[in-house]
Design a protein around this ligand. Sequence first.
Ligand code: AMP
Ligand code: TRP
Length: 333
Amino acid sequence: MTEQAKKTVFSGVQPSGAMHLGGYLGAFRNWVALQDDDAYDVIYCVVDLHAMTVPYDPAEFHRLRLETAKVLLAIGIDPDRSLLYMQSQVPQHAELAWILGTLTPTGVLNRMTQHKDKLEKGVPANLGLYSYPVLMAADILLYGADLVPVGEDQKQHLEMARDLAERFNNRFAEVFPVPEPLIPKTAARVMSLVDPTSKMSSSDANPKNRINLDDSPDVIRKKVKSAVTDSDPTVRYDTAEKPGISNLLEIMSSTTGRSIDDLAAEYATGGYGRFKEAVAEAIIAELAPIRASLQNLDDAEVARILQKGALDARTRAERHQQKVRDAVGLGRF
Ligand code: AMP
Ligand code: TRP
């Protein structure tokens, strides 16, 4: 397929902590599938500027940025087939965010739930946190992306990116395709193992809430065994009455490719112990190759890949950004 006929895919991940099973099943696994499909031209970005909107330690942050890129390589992102780079190394992201910010009504930002959740958790209010969705829209629109593989928690942000693309096109010129989210059917929202009513997250203080992609088989078995469930020992899918068991069913369905109905039928009786063991083994099998590749990747090689990625991304971003500048009246003299 020619480059032009391909659909452009863009997605980003924050280097804000250990990468976990939620992000993997909800989003990153899809990143690899899209890269492997010849119909797509794929761009993946470690969005470090976004991660600066919450308090962080600079030295730890520097390490996490590289670590995040390393995990993406370990899950199968191939720099020969995907454009992989660090957001802060492509200044056009911030420039486009400024331009889109001038088109963003503050009332729209006030309705965004993610920054409200963060404020409730005690994150200090700052302008970056407030305008986070504008920078995310800029990431996507900068390359004229058509498709954005993300977990369900990003739906509202995607709506905003679509809205900004339309506003821009109506006000200035048809520069941006209106991007579509791509959300998996199972495990679009993997829940915490400790509190199955909130999502599995790297920012949760309790490390038992999540399975990290580099957790050893023993650690995975322990975490799944202690996952919070309920006292009725029947395995069945019911997110209201049995959120813990339903979450484990989603995870097992997503890692084995078997349907939830099929799994619920097989494990309905026999108790939670047997079911949890099977869930743990399914996760271990899914993560084993990732863990092995992580151990083989060396930092200098990852740094070299990011350097090359940043050069290519800058060239591409600049080409598109010139159209934006021309449309808004910031063209060259
Ligand atoms: P984050 O790790 O928060 O930067 O998220 C990276 C990607 O993983 C985004 O596309 C999220 O939508 C997705 N994601 C994060 N946490 C989860 C979860 N618990 N369940 C499903 N998808 C998730
Ligand atoms: N907000 C996303 C998250 O927390 C990360 C992100 C930033 C992103 N820019 C993006 C995802 C662009 C997709 C496309 O997961």
